[in-house]
Design a protein around this ligand. Sequence first.
Ligand SMILES: *[C@@H]1O[C@H](CO)[C@@H](O)[C@H](O)[C@H]1NC(C)=O
Ligand SMILES: *[C@@H]1O[C@H](CO)[C@@H](O)[C@H](O)[C@H]1NC(C)=O
Ligand SMILES: *[C@@H]1O[C@H](CO)[C@@H](O)[C@H](O)[C@H]1NC(C)=O
Ligand SMILES: *[C@@H]1O[C@H](CO)[C@@H](O)[C@H](O)[C@H]1NC(C)=O
Ligand SMILES: *[C@@H]1O[C@H](CO)[C@@H](O)[C@H](O)[C@H]1NC(C)=O
Ligand SMILES: CC(=O)N[C@H]1CO[C@H](CO)[C@@H](O)[C@@H]1O
Length: 718
Amino acid sequence: MSKNRILLMFFLLFLLFFSISISQQEEFISYGFAGGGSINVSLNGVAEIEESGILRLTNNTGRIIGRAFYPQPLRFKNSEGAGEVFSFSTAFAFAIVPNPEYPTFGGHGIAFVLYPNREFPGALPSQYLGLLNSSDNGNATDHLLAVEFDTVMDFEFRDINDNHVGVDIDSLISSKSAAVAYFDADSGAQQPLNLKSGRTIQAWIDYDGTAKVLNVTLSPFSTKPISPLLSVPADLSQILHDEMFVGFSASTGLLTSTHYLLGWSFKMNGMAQSLDLSSLSTLSELSKPKKKNSKFTAIIATLSTTVIVVMAALLAAYRFYCSKNAELIEPWELEQGPHRFSYNELNRATKGFGDRELLGFGGFGKVYKGVLPSSGAEIAVKRISHDSRQGIREFVAEIGSIGRLRHRHLVQLQGWCRRKGDLLLVYDYMPNGSLDRFLFSNGAAPPPPPISWVQRFRILRGVASALLYLHEEWEHVVIHRDVKASNVLLDANLDGRLGDFGLAKLQEHGANPGTTRVVGTLGYLAPELTRTGKATTSTDVYAYGALILEVVCGRRPIEPKAMPEELILVDWVWELWAQGRWTEIVDPRLIHDGYDVEEAELAVKIGLLCSQPVAAIRPTMREVARYLDICNVAEVPDVPPLPPLFSSPYAAAASEKARRGETGEDFVHSYPSSCSDKVSGASLATGWGDGRRSGTRGLLPGSMPSTESAEIYELNDS
Ligand SMILES: *[C@@H]1O[C@H](CO)[C@@H](O)[C@H](O)[C@H]1NC(C)=O
Ligand SMILES: *[C@@H]1O[C@H](CO)[C@@H](O)[C@H](O)[C@H]1NC(C)=O
Ligand SMILES: *[C@@H]1O[C@H](CO)[C@@H](O)[C@H](O)[C@H]1NC(C)=O
Ligand SMILES: *[C@@H]1O[C@H](CO)[C@@H](O)[C@H](O)[C@H]1NC(C)=O
Ligand SMILES: *[C@@H]1O[C@H](CO)[C@@H](O)[C@H](O)[C@H]1NC(C)=O
Ligand SMILES: CC(=O)N[C@H]1CO[C@H](CO)[C@@H](O)[C@@H]1O
């Protein structure tokens, strides 16, 4: 009896893995990729063929690439003849299974590819899908045709959503894309389809060489719907070489999915056969338990119970053994989006958070440099201690959305980890540190490294585009709350990236009821913010204005050591602007090295408009970005005259103090109490703490400085 069953099982397995292929160059069909009859594919990267014959392009490891190509190139046109591309057609079955830890997020996608080579030197994973990199993306010398099935919405490539199919010609910015859907065979109605459902999906790609139209059709079934999802006019004669390799590429990023290819059919000059999905192997991860012999089941049950008991015992022992290092993961932590690193991983990456790895520290916590043991990637880990668990919890609830923010000028949050009262945030490492290091000299420290006007202006534009993205272009409005030079980090090309977005809010989450914390840094706080405590997009615009003036003048918004009339940068610039003498405030280093006077004038003008005390008349980030793009001073509205001593609540106090001849340092330390009658019952939560010193102490040469002590003021809301 049982012998028969075993034979039957083998027979069924054989049927399951049975693949047919007609291995002519012009046509093939392959059910699975192992065993008799299936085609040979050449694998690249982490791609592997599983025992079942299913081709696994990637697994759940971050930032990997897997590719599989038909081993020989195929002829797609004859340059000697008409030079027209032949019609071709393909059908394939694939499945995307997201990381079980984050089942609603995919990472990143799979693409059907025609390319002159099987190798892709320098190609990147993540949003590049293992096809291109930032320098060759969009270059007509690529000769790349790809149809992407993408599960991440990448802002840079103008993706429409996190579940789309797109036709990519030499560029990952799709020439046309559509939300994934299929047309029901009976009703013809469009049905939504989720790429990352783990379900086997069939895709058909057909190119008509005469009409020069590329169609893409999808369905979760074996029969091809009548209507394509995408129909793109495309003359491929300049894109394709005579001979091209044809295959698939998939990649993961911070978020991961396992990408599978289950079957593939292809035909030149004709219609490829559709795949019968029921003849494909099923994914073991998803297959449901089948009915089994009761004896067999009993054995399995006994075995698994034993295994579970032993595992549980081992687990308990392990827990007990390392209870000191235990990370207690609470249910709310499991729901969050970006990668949750284990504490041990980060501990190893930063060599135990050793002092040698310390990049800097500030109000939010210490920043360490690290190297991820798994990938060798350089990271910066910010370790924040927070006494309020509630605050961390609410902040972590937002990591899910913050982690999905993606912009070329934002420092990417890679992931996070919580351990007791410590929150660890993992960011991309920025080799050139923060902008303030290039702008200000820190007393006895060596003079700041040179930074040209061209670089400064590019950084200002970059930060403006990042703020515009946060304010208007993302799904929610994100207010940064702490825009300042030390939060602008510079990548290897000295391009500016805004860091620490959302972090300032952490401080608010921990606030006691009845008090409002004003979070931000003195000199960048809009006047209404100190009164109402309410951060808005206009308060970010105000801080951006202060940043512009810093970049042009090469000094801090409040310079205690300056002459009294120069103490508050905004007021001083405003006065000189009104007198037509603004060039006098330009950073002497720029004057020495030369700068574009018109651009600088534009920057100062925008800086002043952003610094207007009345929030309602400040420009929006969209307007600021437009002014910077047009780069024509005449297009920017005029700066209104400003009553002196009005620009900020502390300006009056500051000038008053300065007039009385008190020193700048004194002013800084005594400011909060002297203002306590102005802003009711103001008390200093964490002092000014002379950020210039605390921010640089312990810095390694060439390392990333901290956000210098984030100055936090707490006001009683009365
Ligand atoms: C696949 O490769 C193997 C070993 O290189 C070879 O024996 C076999 O004939 C090939 N199959 C096809 C269909 O090309
Ligand atoms: C993924 O595959 C790579 C290489 O095949 C392997 O080193 C790694 O352990 C795998 N990761 C997972 C999560 O299975
Ligand atoms: C980008 O890819 C090209 C090949 O297409 C390669 O030559 C170049 O070195 C790559 N660039 C980077 C930065 O990896
Ligand atoms: C495209 O690539 C070629 C060679 O790889 C290079 O010479 C050319 O400058 C690139 N063009 C653009 C616009 O980047
Ligand atoms: C592509 O789709 C269009 C519109 O449905 C259809 O008319 C055309 O025949 C299709 N071409 C191919 C090659 O499937
Ligand atoms: C001015 C400066 O420090 N530039 C550095 C930025 O980072 C790159 C890569 O680490 C260095 O090569 C530059 O020297």
